[in-house]
Design a protein around this ligand. Structure first.
Ligand code: FRU
Length: 519
């Protein structure tokens, strides 16, 4: 069945009527300039978006597909929206890639890969030298059932055709979803990890042709876990960059039960032989990727160019507690910055380390401030003299609390509004407090203070990305991350440092203005 978009007629009519109304209407709709419109995070031009899907690199383009309601600003009619980029930061919006089949099924989350050797036999139009095409594997959800479907594209993801032998995996369960497919080199097979969401169980299949899948193993949560597992991922990473010491990371997105409340990204570190995952996380430890309230439904890129050894993922920066109520008007939902992943050995075990991809440096438009080795008081004087303010900034700081109980920044300050990013010595923690960040009343679960434990607090490094409605904080080179949406008033763009009685040191602080990827 060809599914290259029953909505395109509707889109065509929309574009035509906009043209009749004048090009300025189109401009207004796609201006990406509303007060809360992120300037360097991906958001859809209009309507509702949740999970990133099918992240894949192919023929010079990074593809971002995403859970999308083409017809409204709340969840529904789930389809795969689509954008492409040459650098994972500047995105070009394309038409809906895979639309729901009304009355039959919606297109839930999934993944995409390059079928390099046409192992599926579904690629056509390539050459003998390069017979490849793109394959998407997603959950068809409808009429109380969830099963895995395959679609293929022979034109770089612009249009998609459903495989006529669908479903390719069906456990006859209502909660079997979110397939992530990857090539398992040791066994020379494709592996699919999916979840039985309500049982909090990951299931592993393998295949030689992407069309026939055999269930090989499963991994379950400890009995006391509640809620659902969604959007699993599974990949191997070197520990401390040592190629002789590699571990597998099994990611499950948990709904609810995250440290900040609601939905969040949990992971296990262990081994995977192609069919079974063995968890090696020390007993009693729960590993979480982000301690803010808004990082969920992660998906990592497939098929990065061979010379690029990175593992990069993105997450949806929202939370199912209030995703349908966030106070933006024409569009809802944003994706995180792409983050490079690695593993590090800490005294208490192996943990995930996340850094914004190196490409983000290209967003820097100018250094607004640079200082080192000063008191909080002097740092604030410098901030005032530089008239430092802004809603799209990057900051790199190293703070030493010394004998201060608390030290940090007040961001997006204006009137009674502020988003506080602080470090406390006892307990040793870093936190983001968005209680007074601006518009918080749209959902009772939104307002709050989100914290994470620090392994040490004598010198704390903070790398902060402030966008018009989000704050992403990478602490101590990415061993702790906090991501929160915020909705400040447009004029609330002041910055200030604080500590009790001015104690503590600003060992270094550099601030850059970041440019917009949309203008
Ligand atoms: C996660 C999720 C997935 C599902 C999709 C539906 O946010 O619930 O499990 O596939 O969203 O939009």
């Amino acid at each position: 069945m060809n599914i290259s978009n029953p909505l395109s007629r509707r889109h065509g009519m929309l574009a035509a009527s906009l043209f009749l109304l004048g090009p300025w209407v189109l401009l207004a709709q796609e201006s990406y300039n509303e007060p809360w419109r992120p300037q360097f995070h991906f958001t859809p031009p209009k309507n509702f978006m949740n999970d990133p899907n099918g992240l894949v690199y192919y023929q010079g383009e990074y593809h971002l597909f995403y859970q999308y309601n083409p017809l409204g600003t709340e969840w529904g009619h789930m389809s795969w929206g689509h954008a492409v980029s040459a650098d994972m930061l500047h995105w070009k919006n394309l038409a809906v890639a895979i639309p729901e089949v009304p009355g039959q099924y919606m297109i839930y989350s999934g993944s995409a890969i390059v079928d390099w050797h046409n192992g599926s036999g579904l690629c056509a139009g390539g050459s003998a030298a390069d017979p490849s095409c793109l394959i998407a594997i997603y959950t068809a959800a409808g009429n109380g059932s969830q099963k895995q479907y395959l679609a293929f594209s022979n034109n770089r993801g612009r249009t998609w055709t459903n495989y006529e032998g669908n479903p390719i995996a069906d456990l006859k369960q209502p909660d079997f979803r979110d397939p992530k497919v990857f090539w398992h080199d040791a066994r020379k097979k494709w592996v699919m990890v999916a979840v039985l969401a309500d049982e909090r169980k990951a299931v592993f299949f393998d295949s030689v042709d992407l069309k026939t899948w055999v269930l090989r193993g499963s991994f379950e949560a400890a009995a006391q876990e509640k809620g659902q597992w969604e959007c699993p991922d599974l990949f191997e990473l070197a520990v401390d960059g040592n190629p002789k010491n590699k571990k597998w990371v099994l990611v499950v997105n948990r709904n609810p039960g995250a440290p900040a409340g609601g939905t969040g990204t949990r992971y296990f570190v262990g081994s995977f032989d192609g069919t079974h995952f063995v968890d090696e996380t020390p007993a009693g430890q729960e590993l979480w990727a982000d301690y803010g309230k808004d990082f969920y439904a992660t998906n990592s890129f497939s098929d990065l160019p061979p010379k690029d050894r990175r593992r990069i993922w993105m997450g949806w920066i929202s939370n199912w507690q209030y995703a349908n109520r966030e106070p933006t008007a024409a569009w809802r939902g944003a994706q995180s910055l792409p983050r490079e992943l690695s593993l590090a050995q800490f005294p208490d075990g192996i943990g995930l380390v996340q850094k914004p991809i190196a490409e983000t440096i290209r967003l820097r438009e100018g250094k607004l401030l640079e200082l080192s080795g000063v008191s909080v008081l002097m740092a604030n004087q410098a901030v005032r003299m530089a008239s430092l303010r802004g809603a799209t900034l990057e900051m790199e700081a190293e703070l030493a609390p010394e004998d201060a109980k608390e030290i940090g920044f007040r961001l997006r300050k204006g009137g009674a509004e502020e988003t506080v990013l602080g470090i406390t010595a006892t307990p040793r923690e870093v936190f983001v407090d968005r209680t007074r960040s601006g518009e918080v009343a749209f959902a009772p679960e939104f307002s709050g203070r989100h914290k994470a434990a620090l392994r040490q607090s004598s010198r704390v490094k903070l790398r902060v990305f402030l966008d018009r409605s989000s704050v992403e904080v990478f602490v101590n080179d990415g061993e702790v991350v906090l991501t929160d949406r915020i909705y400040p008033s447009p004029g609330s763009d002041g910055i200030e440092l604080y500590s009790d009685a001015g104690k503590g040191k600003v060992l270094s602080l550099t601030v850059w203005k970041l440019g917009s990827v949309w203008h």
